[in-house]
Design a protein around this ligand. Structure first.
Ligand SMILES: Cc1cc2nc3c(=O)[nH]c(=O)nc-3n(C[C@H](O)[C@H](O)[C@H](O)COP(=O)(O)O)c2cc1C
Length: 186
């Protein structure tokens, strides 16, 4: 196995972060990895919103939980009502990936960028977690205000996000992948 494959197989979602900001250079390197992901027809119509302000992070956390608490599904309602639950697990950085909603295949473009950032974070020994809960903040009653605060244009939808920070607990146990069937035709 080479180093890239080792990093990909070692990566686990971090769900417990230290509160302090990682090196700025490391955060920038993670975002650059997202920017360099492929995009359909090479359109590069993504917008990376890097939130490091803890008041804004808390505002997003509250907005997500408000929407979750109002959902029909018991799973979301339960999380929305957990007082101490932080949807970003206390990460000091959240990279929101938005994309021009008029561009075909923009969801896939954004997902590719998100995954690149997860791998880049692991390569720098940072923790990261893909957080799609963030999207809830952009459906709810606070959506417009949050968009405005983060300067996200109305033509851009939010497709995914990644929480980044230093790992509070390194999940060293190896992941067993039992699903994800593979079929070769030769
Ligand atoms: C599309 C997508 C959305 C996800 N959204 C969330 C989320 O909102 N909150 C969360 O805690 N984890 C989220 N995850 C992370 C998964 O929980 C995690 O990848 C899964 O449990 C497997 O663990 P691993 O990443 O350590 O392999 C998401 C993952 C993906 C691919």
């Amino acid at each position: 196995m080479n180093e890239t494959l080792r990093i990909i197989s070692r990566r686990r979602s971090t769900k417990n972060f230290l509160p302090d900001l990682p090196d700025e250079a490391a955060v920038r390197a993670v975002v650059e990895a997202g920017r360099s992901a492929p995009s359909a027809m090479g359109r590069q119509a993504r917008l990376f919103v890097v939130v490091q302000n803890r008041h804004l992070l808390e505002e997003l956390n509250v907005a997500v939980k408000e929407v979750a608490a109002d959902r029909e599904e018991e799973f979301y309602r339960r999380i929305g009502n957990l007082k101490d639950y932080n949807v970003f697990y206390g990460a000091p950085v959240l990279v929101i990936v938005a994309g021009d909603r008029h561009k075909p295949m923009i969801e896939a473009d954004c997902a590719a960028a998100n995954q690149n950032m997860l791998i880049a974070a692991e390569s720098l020994d940072l923790g990261a977690c893909w957080i799609n809960f963030t999207l809830f903040a952009f459906y709810g009653p606070r959506a417009e205000e949050i968009r405005r605060k983060l300067s996200i244009p109305s033509d851009y939808n939010i497709y995914c996000s990644v929480a980044v920070g230093r790992k509070a607990i390194d999940r060293l146990e190896k992941k067993t992948v039992s699903g994800n069937e593979v079929r070769f035709f030769e």
